[in-house]
Design a protein around this ligand. Sequence first.
Ligand code: SF4
Ligand code: SF4
Length: 379
Amino acid sequence: MSKPHALPTMEYRDFSHRIHDRAAAHQRVIKAQLELTYRCNLHCLHCYTDPYNSKDWFPRELGLTEIIRLLDEMAELGIVWLNLTGGEIFQHQHFWDIYDHAYRRGFLLQLYTNGTLFTKGMIERLRHTPPFTIDISCHSVDEESFDWFTQVHGSYRAFLRGLDLLQHAGLPFTFKTKAMNWNKKEMPAIKKFVESFGQPFGFTTSLSPRLNGDLSSLSYRLAPEDVVALQRDDHSASTEEELCSAAIADLLQPPTDRLYRCGCGTNTIHINAWGELGTCTLQYERRVSLRNHSLREAIDSLFNQVRAMRYQSGSPCRTCEVHPFCDKAPSDARWECHDAEAPIPYDCDVALARAQSALHQTLIHPLRKTDKEAVASHD
Ligand code: SF4
Ligand code: SF4
């Protein structure tokens, strides 16, 4: 009997690099984020999807047949990484049909969840067909603060129960933390908590308006100096040197007046719970309905549109020297400043503080610079 062939293996990092390199060379989409539903058992105060977490909006969400069709189209396009998110994914009435289908199609599945709904039965199913990873939101490890922020009494205890089940099952999970003005002092405690599960701690700081334009989520933003101080203290995040070299590399690129200077429109897609295709979670300047188009057609049309978008006004963002340090998203600017091209003053403050800290230089504020130029041109 001939010996069975051993499948070749490689480190995950090498595999990931290879797929990304091929995607860049052949302009292929390899990552997708699919919002299954806006339903959620919690109502976090910063949540951008929460305004649509009500029965008035649920009939507008994609049905099971539509989702299965999209999964098949994604597999045919060669998408490798699929992130299922919400809302809360486990609130979708057909979650397991969707999950099993996606699993069978061979995606590397990343699940975003608040972790409060796990039961032994669910954990057993996941053990049988495990995802690539489960990312759980962890914005507090203080029961009172956690329940205040989620607006659901008992949510912290449910979160701990979920973690306990996951840990005992040996399922792969990591944590996502958002640093905000109300939990900034908790960062060392959250770090300790996360590390007690053998997980690396990391956090993000940017908050966005809610999907309906409500700006109340922004009231939880950190002060710019706190963003810099926390990032300086966080030795597990990108070091200032790394941030600085990335920013300098970016500054050496030829100037561009593209509205999206990030990777939008290259290798990633986002599909919201209403079946609208975007280039990332927060890109709402252009969307294409997947109810009327195939995924391939929609991607071709959308990516061309997004990559072609240019600043039309004299916005300071166009020539901004600290833009590599800036988190501005054009759709956020449209909600916050009524103009996708406008600078977001908060993001300017954060970008300036980050740039000064990384470059060890005092720089002119991007908006004051414009004032000065304007005064000079009037002289
Ligand atoms: S758990 Fe997630 S989806 Fe649910 S309210 Fe909180 S942030 Fe929103
Ligand atoms: S720092 Fe301000 S001016 Fe510069 S890109 Fe960001 S929002 Fe625009």
